[in-house]
Design a binder for this molecule. Structure first.
Ligand code: HT7
Ligand code: ZN
Length: 855
């Protein structure tokens, strides 16, 4: 497949200022009439080239005249029409079969609905069009369909008119006054019920809000509606950004390749990020709904009003919007806990990506298939870049920078460089070296060595940075790294102030006055930079910080590092002292001043995958054994405390407040340790929580705890859960996911069986991710030394590629981490990647991921 390069960007040959689309909708046969005004862009004689994917033109007209078949050509799916003048009217008719569209890109059918997904390149599967984000057009869309089957007809923008037709059909006309790229086009037709509400904007305009779902799901939409209204108010208050249309609609669909889509005025969501009630949604689900609703809403400015010039600039909208949604969620709950959660996700997904064969810069230089670049690097590392700029500028200057960015580029297709320049000008700062964060892949390593001179009573911090080689980038230049640090004086137990150090050289020294003895280093506070910090801090220093650091992230980090040191030492065969960890955990769970949600985060053991990342070579079995043993030890040594926490955090009734969520989080951690302790009544207590819970957070957590054991309660709970939720797809996903994540000796066989279960289907991406995606994230099971875990996932990729290549391609990266494992496992992983690549007719999506993974 062809490689697309950032350096090859050229302005479009033709612009499309206006387009009218006329859809005659039907699941089996939909006809699409497109009527475009086209305008030559610059002085050239190149033909009009309209991208197409799987389309056949049934009629082509130019300025009202039907062309014969010699007057146009099809080249690699695109319709090419030579045109003589400066402007023309071009019309094209095509026919689609939405019900046969299993890729879920373009127009497709989902649970009786017809809906669209166009980002990144799905619009070319609907009609012939220059499918690139720098072509901005005004859309007018007419939808016609059978009224009984599709009583609701929605498209972008504002509704204009509607009417009935003979034969039980009806129509609706929508107009979007804001020029937009075609990836933001959307329509939905179906039998939907509406949760209707309103929002009055800061200038006093009333906006009609609608969340559209199946009638039966209506009671599960209130949390999403509240999140939407909170997001609208937050964007006005924090960024001064007001909503611009008269209506804002959201539709939930069951089959969706991603989380959601920010189509102008008509967001389309994976139903898992809209529907929530206590019976079926965990607190993580509630937070997911709030965060994704906010994310898609915020795109209205960071993405829609200011869009991307080309797909290499994807992080311009995604990194910035993730940063915005993270801060929104922090404001809705706890800043400390949100930061810990976000860093955990960054490390689990992005650090892994950045250290493997698929590492790429936040602004990539090339791609084969753009869908493969909706990555943790573009999204989460991209957000960290914005966060660093916000930190360096300070709140006021950052706001001046974003105001300038939005005002200067409103209605334009912009670049990452435009954003950085607005930050520089609005924030009055030089970001010259900082730009390397967009160019260089790989997670920087920072070595921090603190020393002390008793004569001058000074402490010296030596910082050294390096960025590891990544594909295509063997040599790296030093980055501009903002590090928040504080030095604790052991004599007083307090620090002399939080400072922001800018590390810009490969090696740099910083001196601090007035220390009688060697201080204790608190570094990268708040995770101020997305780097890996290596220090010479002792276990005693870490224990001190885990009890006293006044930066919650650094305090959490100290506790995690204590645990990592013990576990990595054990895996390496060293005899290590576990008591410091036991003491630190005891201190944390008995500290009455701490937020329970923070306590839960702090005392949870690092994941097996994170532990693997700390080692030269991952030994999944040794990691599992060491972690399991430490969990048992912490459970047993502190058993009465866990018992007490578990009993005391039981709530009287359900609430989704931060306090109630924090209590549930801690309760679930206590249950985990209690069961791990080996106490005879552990499984019974877990089963009791499973049966008595009035909410899914406690029920699923108890189920997960049981699923990782072999007690008789395990099977009983799994059966009850299945029977209770077998007709609720989103909740049944949890049943698959819980088993795929479980630490059970037979997980591979169980997942293989579940792949054959009558409720399993490759046609629903949520189901696939719940089973195979979760399994590939279960390090101990997936990396079974026999290679049977690899085979299972490879079989799934091969089968799924024929239906939905995008979703198949997202399962490939775990197989690409073979360099991190022993020779035996590496050979088995490579063999599976090769087997995938040998498959005839393999998609571009999977080909790119598998071939890069083998390099
Ligand atoms: N901007 C949206 C991206 C998206 C997507 C990408 C590829 C394939 C399917 C997709 N669905 C949505 C989501 C977002 O970041 O808000
Ligand atoms: Zn987004």
């Amino acid at each position: 497949p062809a490689i697309i390069r950032r350096a090859d960007y050229r302005v479009p040959d033709w612009l499309i200022p206006d387009i009218a689309l006329d859809f005659d909708l039907d699941a089996a046969r939909t006809r699409v009439w497109s009527d475009m005004s086209v305008a030559r862009n610059g002085d050239h004689d190149r033909p009009l080239r309209l991208d197409g994917d799987g389309l056949v033109p049934l009629a082509v007209k130019v300025d009202g005249r039907t062309l014969n078949e010699t007057e146009w050509t099809l080249e690699a799916g695109a319709l090419v029409v030579p045109l003589g003048g400066a402007t023309h009217k071009v019309e094209v008719l095509v026919e689609l079969a939405p019900e046969s569209n299993s890729k879920l890109m373009g127009l497709y059918a989902s649970g009786g609905l017809l809906c669209t997904q166009c980002e990144a390149e799905g619009f070319r599967r609907i009609t012939f069009f220059p499918d690139r984000p720098d072509i901005l057009s005004r859309y007018s869309v007419k939808l016609t369909a059978d009224k009984a089957r599709y009583p609701i007809l929605l498209a972008n923008g504002d509704p204009v008119e509607q009417g009935d037709l003979e034969g039980g059909r009806h129509w609706a006309l929508w107009n979007d006054p804001f020029p937009k790229p075609c990836y933001l086009f959307a329509l939905v037709a179906g039998d939907l019920a509406c949760n209707a509400d309103r929002f009055v904007t800061m200038s006093g305009r009333e906006v009609a809000l609608g969340i559209w779902v199946r009638e039966a799901d209506l009671p599960r939409t209130d949390h999403a509606m509240q999140a939407l209204k909170n997001s609208m108010a937050w964007d006005e208050r924090v960024y001064g950004r007001e909503y611009d249309l008269d209506v804002f609609n959201i539709v939930a669909v069951a089959d969706f390749n991603f989380g959601a889509m920010e189509n102008k005025g008509l967001n389309i969501f994976n139903s898992r990020y809209i529907l929530a009630d206590p019976e079926t949604a965990t607190d993580i689900d509630y937070d997911g709904v709030e965060g994704v609703v906010a994310h898609e809403y915020f795109h209205n400015w960071s993405g829609n009003r200011v869009t991307c010039r080309d797909w290499f600039q994807l992080s311009l909208k995604e990194g910035f919007t993730v940063f915005r949604d993270q801060n929104f969620s922090a404001d809705m709950g706890s800043h400390a806990v949100k930061r810990i959660e976000d860093v955990r996700i960054l490390r689990a997904a992005q650090f892994q990506e950045d250290s493997g064969p698929l590492a790429h810069p936040v602004r990539p230089e090339s791609y084969m298939e753009i869908s493969n670049f909706y990555t943790a690097t573009i999204y989460n590392k991209g957000a960290e870049l914005i966060r660093m700029m916000a930190l360096m500028l300070g709140a006021e200057r950052f706001r001046a920078g974003t105001d300038l960015y939005f005002d200067r580029h409103d209605g334009e297709a912009a670049t990452c460089e435009d954003f950085v320049r607005a930050m520089e000008e609005g924030g009055e700062i030089d970001l010259g070296q900082f730009r390397r964060w967009y160019e260089q892949a790989g997670t920087p390593h920072v070595r921090a060595l603190l020393s002390h001179d008793p004569v001058s009573r000074t402490a010296e911090l030596l910082l050294e940075q390096s960025v590891p080689p990544t594909p295509g980038q063997p040599d790296k230049r030093p980055m501009a790294i903002p590090l928040r640090v504080a030095l604790y004086d052991p004599a007083t137990g307090s620090h002399h102030g939080d400072e922001l150090l800018m590390l810009t050289e490969a090696q740099q020294r910083f001196t601090f006055d007035n220390f009688a003895s060697l201080p204790i280093l608190s570094i990268n506070r708040g995770f101020s930079a997305p780097v890996i910090v290596e220090t010479n801090r002792s276990q005693a220093d870490l224990a001190f910080l885990s009890a006293h650091d006044d930066d919650p992230f650094a305090r959490y980090e100290a506790m995690q590092q204590l645990m990592v040191n013990v576990l990595v030492g054990q895996v390496a065969g060293q005899s290590v002292d576990v008591s410091a960890v036991v003491d630190a955990v005891r201190n944390t769970i008995t500290d009455p001043l701490l937020d329970p949600a923070f306590v839960a985060e702090a005392v949870r053991l690092p994941s097996e995958a994170y532990l693997g990342d700390q080692m030269k070579q991952v030994d999944p079995d040794a990691i599992h054994a060491a972690r399991d043993a430490l969990q048992t030890r912490l459970g047993a040594d502190l058993e009465p405390l866990w018992r007490d926490i578990h009993a005391r955090t039981k709530a009287n009734g359900f609430a989704v407040s931060p306090a109630a969520k924090g209590a549930r989080k801690l309760r679930n951690v206590a249950l985990l340790y209690l069961v791990a302790s080996g106490a005879d009544d552990g499984p019974a207590i877990a089963y009791g929580q499973f049966s008595d819970a009035d909410n899914m957070t406690e029920r699923q957590s108890a189920l997960a705890t049981l699923a990782s054991g072999t007690s008789p309660e395990r099977e009983a709970a799994l059966d009850i859960f299945y029977n209770r939720y077998s007709d609720d797809a989103l909740t049944l996903d949890k049943w698959f996911q819980t088993q795929a994540f479980a630490f059970h000796p037979d997980t591979v066989e169980l997942v293989a069986e579940l792949g054959q279960h009558k409720a399993f289907t490759l046609n629903n991406p949520n189901r696939v991710r719940s089973l195979y995606g979760a399994f590939a994230g279960n390090q101990w099971a997936f990396h079974h030394k026999s290679g049977k875990g690899y085979r299972l996932v490879a079989d799934c990729i091969i089968a799924l590629d024929k239906l939905n290549p995008q979703t198949a391609a997202r399962l490939v990266p775990p197989l690409g981490r073979w360099k991190r494992f022993d020779e035996g496992r590496a050979a088995l992983m490579r063999a599976e990647l090769q087997r995938i690549l040998n498959e005839p007719g393999l998609s571009k999506d999977v080909t790119e991921q598998a071939s890069k993974s083998l390099e």
